[in-house]
Write a protein that binds this ligand. Structure first.
Ligand code: G6P
Length: 362
């Protein structure tokens, strides 16, 4: 069945706007009316029977895995490694005694991930595919499947699948902690947090104009740009940079804020856009001083943060959610920045050059 853009000029904008309702749908699908998390018991048992989770994915799904790692480790206390599928396929790490594999894939068809899954199956290890497409190849071939319930994603640049993948990994972490009695997950009120996230996302998408203005002011004519952050903000910086480069064709890097000074700061010149994610309380002060360093070298600085500090005028302040789930909000301005920059530079937003929605060759 053909999906329509409705009144939207592009699928990407429609899909960005759909994210609050995707969060609500995930909450409905994975929580009972009594508020209990509901995940197939066999998945929970199989993971709790393992000693380590290996997340394997490509592109935006890989970036969702990096955030998922932090969420699962924090809420469920299980060690997690995240790997790029095309690397893992040929250069696998030494595995733990009892590995459990999670494949993250919007389409469920990515060849690099399929190659790893077929090897995992040969070795007889248990696996779970988290995907948007029921009965896709990765879904059929893995031991278990959890669906994203995000609805079809048409734009090549992935948006709602990224946030859905993070939310579903949080659901999984919550279910694991309930079963294993792991304190920090048991105490985490995910259902309430997802409701806060949905409302917060809505507030941000309602502020689109601010991001269009910012893009016109500092990005439309740029050749290079940087997203920086620490911890979970660094994970989002990688996704934000991918989003911007794939549809605006501006060379963009996502950097660990503290690593910038070890070389890359040489690229900062008058007018270079540097966008800082500052949601992580532990490192907020350090990231702010990294932004000061680039500001004094002429960079155009914009912040995506949880609170405004005195001398920070150019930025967006995010609605409040638990620190662990801030990527679900902080990525939205970055998606909108990528959208408007692509549009303002006159590119084909939904069909960027050289890219395919799903890559079925290795
Ligand atoms: C392609 C798409 C990316 C996507 C990646 C992984 O490269 O252009 O947007 O993130 O494949 O796709 P998957 O369907 O496995 O999530």
């Amino acid at each position: 069945e053909a999906v329509s853009k409705g009144t939207y000029p592009h699928f990407m904008l429609k899909e960005i706007d759909e994210q609050p309702s995707v969060m609500r749908r995930i909450s409905q699908e994975y929580f009972s009316s009594k508020g209990d998390v509901e995940v197939n018991q066999n998945i929970v048992n199989s993971i709790l029977d393992s000693d380590r989770i290996y997340i394997v994915a490509a592109g935006t799904s890989y970036h969702a895995g990096l955030v998922g790692q932090k969420i699962i480790e924090k809420l469920a206390g299980i060690p997690v490694e995240v790997h790029v599928a095309s690397e893992f396929g040929y250069y696998p790490p030494i595995l733990s005694q009892k590995p459990f594999f999670i494949f993250l894939s919007q389409s469920g068809e990515t060849a690099d991930s399929r190659q790893v899954l077929s090897e995992v199956n040969k070795q007889g290890y248990p696996s779970l595919t988290i995907t948007n497409v029921d009965r896709s190849t990765l879904s059929r071939e893995a031991t278990y499947t959890m669906l994203l319930h995000a609805g079809p994603e048409i734009s090549v640049a992935s948006t709602k699948a990224y946030t859905a993948q993070i939310a579903v990994q949080a659901v999984l972490a919550k279910a694991l902690s309930e079963q294993s009695n792991y304190e920090s997950g048991k105490e985490f009120d995910l259902q309430t947090q997802l409701a806060l996230v949905a409302n917060g996302m809505q507030e941000i998408v309602d502020e689109k104009q601010l991001l269009d203005d910012m893009s016109r002011r500092i990005l439309t004519d740029a050749d290079n740009a940087f997203y920086i952050g620490r911890g979970i903000d660094y994970n989002v910086a990688l996704e934000a940079a991918l989003k911007l480069k794939e549809i605006s064709y501006i060379h963009t890097e996502g950097f660990a804020a503290g690593e910038l000074k070890h070389g890359t700061i040489a690229l900062i010149e008058e007018g270079t856009p540097v966008i800082g994610f500052i949601t992580d309380k532990l490192s907020a002060g350090h990231t702010r001083s990294n932004l000061q360093e680039v500001l004094s070298r002429g960079a155009e600085v914009f912040t995506i943060s949880m609170k405004r500090v005195a001398n920070e005028t150019d930025g967006i302040v995010l609605p409040d959610v638990d620190e662990l789930l801030t990527p679900l909000l902080s990525v939205i301005p970055a998606q909108l920045i990528a959208y408007y920059t692509s549009l303002n530079r006159g590119h084909d937003v939904d069909q960027p050059r050289n890219l395919a929605k799903s890559v079925t060759v290795e």
